[in-house]
Design a protein around this ligand. Structure first.
Ligand code: 6PG
Length: 240
């Protein structure tokens, strides 16, 4: 489903609403909420809302388990860390038990971090695979999502967590959920804003052009796009 919002504020509110709704449903059905956070800039405002009224009182944070969809292989003291962004935006301000927040960066190499995260996910989800209740994703103008980049050919990798490298985007060495792992989630929500994403969105949503994001969408169980009007500008959407 594709939902379009007039501006960044409305989009961020929709993202926070979706996070809370998804969490409440998961806790009601399964007694816990396992969510993999996206990185970059887009999700930050929505994350900040989660630490404010009314959101902060709408979720039983003691049953929330935080993971990441991808991370740059740098410490959380670094301005480019996805973990740092999320901790500052809301994790430092909501009562989630510290042991239920699972950063990807462990101080070693990206392959070491990926292997350690894979082991962690096995303890959480068992052999059937990481069935996250929610995986939040962004979209790069080159069609990447998480740290699954077009120039890599890692979409068939059967591991759940893999190292990645980018020469184009902030911080070269990355850790990412694999396309396979993302495909097992109960729900995937993309949050995309800004005119610089309009072209790639049209290529993926309307033309089905082959990018990592297209592959993820085609294999996911349930996909929601949360867009602002600028990002949706080139889509021929049937109005309600
Ligand atoms: C990352 C993100 C990445 C991001 C897109 C969009 O670690 O960089 O996970 O996949 O979602 O690059 O980034 P913006 O939201 O900053 O445009």
């Amino acid at each position: 489903v594709i939902l379009v919002y007039p501006d960044k504020d409305a989009l961020s509110k929709a993202a926070a609403d979706r996070f809370v709704a998804s969490g409440r449903a998961a806790i009601a059905e399964r007694g816990r909420f396992t969510v993999a956070l996206s990185g970059g800039h887009t999700p930050q405002q929505g994350f900040q809302l989660l630490a404010t009224q009314p959101y902060v009182d709408q979720l039983d944070w003691s049953k929330v388990h935080i993971f990441w969809g991808d991370e740059r292989n740098i410490p959380p003291s670094d301005a480019n860390s996805n973990e740092r962004m999320a901790r500052e935006a809301f994790l430092n301000s909501v009562p989630i038990p510290a042991a239920q927040i699972h950063p990807m960066y462990i101080g070693g190499t990206a392959p070491e971090a990926a292997a350690a995260y894979e082991t962690l996910l096995h303890t959480y989800f068992g052999p059937d695979g990481p069935t996250f209740d929610l995986v939040l994703l962004g979209l790069g103008p080159d069609g990447h999502t998480a740290s699954l980049f077009p120039e890599a050919n890692d979409l068939q990798d059967e591991r759940w967590v893999i190292p990645a490298v980018t020469e184009r985007w902030a911080v070269r060495d990355r850790i990412t959920l694999s396309a396979d792992a993302i495909s097992l989630a109960y729900a995937v929500v993309f949050e995309v804003e800004g005119g610089d994403k309009a072209e790639i969105l049209k290529e993926i949503i309307e033309q089905g052009k082959s990018y990592p994001t297209t592959y993820v969408v085609q294999h996911a169980r349930d996909v929601t796009w949360l867009l602002d009007t600028a990002a949706a500008a080139q889509l021929k959407l049937v109005s309600e």
